[in-house]
Design a protein around this ligand. Structure first.
Ligand SMILES: Cc1cc2nc3c(=O)[nH]c(=O)nc-3n(C[C@H](O)[C@H](O)[C@H](O)COP(=O)(O)OP(=O)(O)OC[C@H]3O[C@@H](n4cnc5c(N)ncnc54)[C@H](O)[C@@H]3O)c2cc1C
Length: 319
């Protein structure tokens, strides 16, 4: 837990993330979780996944922009992403982060940018999904999601099982018949608002999975079970069988590069699997959150760094 918290804390420090970012792509260790720095690289990785029968959700990495011009630029890049996916006939959608669309600057600006992305996607017959960020943004994200979904009807939302409020939020969202991506939650949140410890979060995740899948059987939700935890996946599979849910009423989601063995199993069992494919130059905070989820991942980073220093040793002697 101490290591997790330390890595998570480091992920919020720009000087640390910048120094890792200078090396990560060059050395290749970031490529395990990040499809590349450019849209072209992300589309190439997506094509491969789609050829294997997966859907993808493209995410342009970055969070918390500080100018309106930057927010508009991100908006244009999201629209380009969905158009390129469409042109290349790739199955899936895009995932957007609202703080990348100016949520810190103005809720109205953010709503109108998110709305324009959803409208462009709808015109192409596509969907979008909204990520859920730290708890400071939960209320605003729900409000913006509701506004956009009412207008376009093609938007999904990530909901975090560790928050005490989540069941109430689902009741609030039910009339919109939304796609809900159920995640455990990736941020560090205080006891007052979030469950602490894996056992408590897992128990709530299972309970909410059942609630969402039962809702799917009644035509209320389109649940996406987004977890790499084999116990969460097994629970969802049992509930899908119990409820005799048709394949188009639910899906599983996992992140690019994580538990590829489980991804293969879920796909082979005949379920729809959507892979979240992040790309972009601002990949470091995201990458470090993935490390903090599983400190064992630090080993392959260390191995890459050691390999580099071994390769550099002879060159340094020559110089
Ligand atoms: C598609 C998708 C979208 C997401 N979107 C959001 C979002 O919008 N907002 C948000 O707060 N969170 C999001 N998350 C992250 C989520 O909240 C969790 O932090 C993350 O999925 C880890 O939880 P877990 O359910 O996989 O289970 P855990 O209990 O964390 O892990 C279970 C097992 O999964 C494997 N595993 C988990 N993480 C890793 C890793 N990094 N590297 C290697 N193995 C790993 C390990 O085998 C581990 O034992 C998303 C997750 C997914 C899958």
């Amino acid at each position: 837990m101490v290591v997790r918290n330390l890595i998570f804390w480091l992920s919020t420090k720009r000087s640390v993330t910048n120094s890792i970012a200078r090396r990560g792509m060059k050395l290749g260790f970031a490529r395990r979780f990040v499809a590349g720095e450019t849209l072209a690289e992300a589309l190439a990785a997506s094509r491969e996944l789609c050829q294997q029968g997966r859907n993808v959700s493209l995410n342009h990495l970055g969070e918390n922009v500080s100018t309106e011009a930057a927010a508009r630029e991100v908006c244009a890049s999201y629209i380009e992403m969905i158009e390129e996916m469409h042109a290349k006939n790739l199955a899936g959608n895009i995932s957007i982060k609202l703080t990348q669309l100016g949520l810190d600057l103005s809720k109205d600006l953010c709503t109108s940018l998110a709305d324009s992305i959803a409208r462009r996607a709808r015109n192409l017959g596509r969907t979008i999904e909204m990520d859920m960020e730290g708890s400071a943004y939960t209320d605003a994200t729900l409000d913006i999601f509701e506004a956009v979904q009412r207008e376009s009807g093609n938007t999904g939302l990530a909901i975090q099982a560790y928050l005490h409020r989540t069941e109430k939020d689902l009741q609030r969202l039910a009339p919109l018949k939304p796609k809900i991506r159920l995640v455990k939650g990736a941020y560090r949140e205080p006891k007052k608002i979030a469950l602490q410890g894996k056992a408590a979060v897992d128990a709530n995740y299972k309970r909410l999975t059942t609630l969402l899948l039962e809702g799917a059987a009644q035509g209320i939700f389109l649940p996406a079970i987004a977890s790499h935890d084999p116990f969460m996946v097994a629970h969802a599979q049992l509930e899908v069988a119990r409820l005799k849910l048709p394949k188009d009423r639910y899906e599983f989601q996992m992140i690019y590069g994580i538990r590829r063995d489980l991804q293969q199993e879920v796909h082979a069992a005949g379920h729809t699997l959507q892979v979240y494919v992040p790309f972009g130059t601002d990949w470091c905070p995201y990458f470090m959150r993935r490390l903090s989820e599983r400190p064992a991942n630090c080993w392959f980073v260390l191995r890459s760094l050691l390999a580099e220093s071994n390769q550099q040793a002879p060159r340094q002697r020559i110089a």
